[in-house]
Design a protein around this ligand. Sequence first.
Ligand code: AMP
Length: 224
Amino acid sequence: MNIIMFGPNGSGKGTFGAIVSERFGIPQIETGVIFRQNISQGTALGKEAQAFINKGELVPDNITIPMILSRLKERDCKNGWLLDGFPRNITQAEAFWSALQKEQIQLDYVIELILDREMAKKRIMGRRLCPTDNNHPNNIYVKANLPVEKEGKLFCRVCGHEGLLTRADDQDEAAIDKRHGIYFDTKTGTLAAVIYFKERVKVVQLDTLPGVKEVSAHLLAMLK
Ligand code: AMP
């Protein structure tokens, strides 16, 4: 099963990608994670990518495209893959599509997670971390994940721990706007890539406003 998952930052791409990846036993390949690993290991690729990532810009296509194509040739991809974070612009979409055609690789599903820009931003900025477990979902703007509030203080909705935290990059409005600017750009950005795929394969669209449970059930039903 070969899948591309699109969705703006804040739409739950990581969460839903992990659910699909587990269900079908395929690796979730996140370009951002690959870059971050290369940076922390101090590889040549990491050194090249770092400056772009720090500025919130895309790493150039001549680095990103070959990196992904070679990643998909690794052994764990023999039963398929789920791409998360690639393609991110029209050039990557065109290059990827022609590589798939050339190697006669079928693209089974393209998933588009739908969330409007304002809500996506709120979801990022509303994220609160529980000091005992980062996986306890708390978000001051998501009804299903509201933390418990008592006397002006917030407590984890899962374990009741006091003193929820925010992640610095979740509060960096300029960086969020920059990334969303790239995603919502229908001319050359990520939405242009989505449009490109819509002209070639069936794109499954999914409204991500409901809670994680409902959205994942809906998603898995659509992929049967
Ligand atoms: P992410 O974790 O997906 O938000 O990615 C973090 C950063 O990695 C992005 O802001 C980009 O600088 C870089 N990046 C991730 N995916 C791509 C891609 N497909 N093309 C170029 N740069 C990327």
